[in-house]
Design a protein around this ligand. Structure first.
Ligand SMILES: [Zn+2]
Length: 441
């Protein structure tokens, strides 16, 4: 019998630590055992998965005999899931159990088109929480921490699962829904929050609100921030800015509504580890589908038998790190975290540029509060214009940003100042890239 949250924490930490440091062969065996167990639940009842697999001649769970068979399974795209839900509303056919077995529903934030709905069972909801304990523990959190979630607890799954994860970890989970930014800052102070989980954009926004009110955020007891929803915390200049404003260490995390909470940073902060105890990760060339060192991340989850996703094209561009991490984890590491969306890559005067690279430069300038990337199409080329909200005298800052982009990325972009507070602020996923028709005004 476990007597306390601390004891439970120590036990799970010990068990998970074993998984995190397995040698590659043992890790593949572990994944295979999980996959085989899940297959028994999925086939033959899950119509979505079975119809996909029939196309490659796989009809029974036993037909999946080894990794070569696995790699022949068709890749699944988000558009197929959206289409399936449109044809079979509201939840589609990727369901392995009768509908009564599901206890949670969420949907994607809808930043890239139609929202996708997703159901979870008791078991898979517990699995979400467990995946988040990897994230929080790697950020150094445990029982005794008070984790604040400045998040409107709506249909978007993001921090619901993080909240459950904090509870599962034995920490105090503090909901920050139904409040504006000032009330959230006050709640954090009153309840003694030691950690905060939110998007990187929202962490910067809270810092801005604190500054306007003359509050010294860096002296408020928050020592750790964990960020999801955007790649921001993995961009050095963004991380530095959050850490300075909060007087805390900022950790990156990656997850998706339809997939789960799969990526986290360890104390070494050398890119994202993929939780390979709960996910199978592949990196492919998006054009050919062949394995690649840099390309699109393809994931399969191993703990969501009621609504699984196998060989799912995440649309995230990543680069595989081949050197071992100093933390001792053997889980796959993605250098620089999520580099960007595969379909967000810009071609500016013949140079491939991810919006995250531009963000990495803009965020180095403390005088820039917020920014927006406008993209105009000219023939086959993208033209970029940066809109910058600058504190004080804008001219020299705007010129310095332009020069930094030229030096670092080898491209010339136009940068223009815009009035303070004229650009959107975000609590959920920020959308700082806007494609416009015609020429800049
Ligand atoms: Zn590590």
């Amino acid at each position: 019998m476990l007597r306390s949250a601390t004891e439970y924490h120590l036990l799970t930490m010990f068990l998970d630590r074993r998984l995190e440091t397995l040698d590659p062969e043992a890790l593949r065996k572990h994944q295979w055992a999980r996959l085989a167990a899940m297959m028994e639940a999925v086939i033959p009842t899950n119509r979505f998965i079975t119809s996909h697999w029939k196309r490659v001649g796989l009809e029974r769970a036993q037909d999946l005999r080894g990794w070569d068979d696995f790699r022949r399974l068709p890749l699944i795209r988000k558009s197929e899931l959206v289409e399936d839900q449109a044809v079979h509303p509201p939840f589609g056919t990727n369901l392995s159990y009768p509908i009564e077995r599901y206890v949670r529903v969420h949907q994607t934030s809808g930043t890239t088109g139609t929202p996708l709905r997703w159901l979870d069972t008791q078991e898979s909801w517990e699995w979400w929480a467990r995946c988040w304990t990897y994230v929080l523990r790697a950020a150094g959190l445990g029982p005794g921490d008070r984790v604040f979630f400045p998040f409107s607890f709506g249909l978007f799954v993001g921090f619901w699962a993080g909240f459950e994860g904090a509870r599962a970890l034995g920490a105090l989970a503090i909901p920050g829904g139904g409040q504006d930014s000032a009330q959230r800052l006050a709640a954090m102070e009153a309840l003694g929050a030691t950690a905060v989980c939110c998007t990187p954009s929202y962490a910067l926004h809270l810092a801005e609100v604190a500054r306007e009110r003359g509050l010294a955020l860096e002296r408020r007891g928050v020592r750790t921030t964990v960020h999801a929803g955007e790649p921001g915390a993995g961009i050095p200049a963004v991380r530095a800015r959050i850490e300075e404003a909060w007087g805390a260490r900022a950790y990156d995390h990656a997850g998706m509504t339809e997939m789960g909470a799969y990526g986290f940073e360890c104390a070494a902060q050398a890119g994202l580890h993929v939780n390979e105890a709960e996910f199978i990760a592949e990196v492919i060339d998006p054009a050919t589908g062949q394995p690649a060192e840099e390309g699109e991340l393809v994931l399969s989850n191993l703990g969501r038998a009621g609504s699984p996703l196998l060989r799912y094209r995440t649309g995230d561009r990543v680069r595989v790190a081949r050197t071992p991490c100093v933390c001792g984890r053997t889980f796959l590491r993605l250098e620089g975290g999520i580099l960007g969306r595969v379909d967000d890559m810009l071609i500016v005067r013949g140079v491939n540029v991810f919006p995250s690279a531009l963000e990495g430069i803009v965020r180095r300038f403390p005088a820039v509060d917020e920014f927006l990337i406008e993209v105009y199409r000219r023939g086959q080329l993208d033209e970029v214009r940066l809109l910058l909200e600058v504190q004080g005298h804008a001219g020299p800052v705007v010129a310095a940003v332009q020069e930094a982009v030229r030096v670092d990325l080898g491209i010339r972009v136009e940068a223009v100042p815009v009035p303070g507070q004229s650009l959107p602020r975000y609590e959920l996923k920020a959308r700082r890239l806007v494609r416009r028709a015609g020429d800049p005004q």
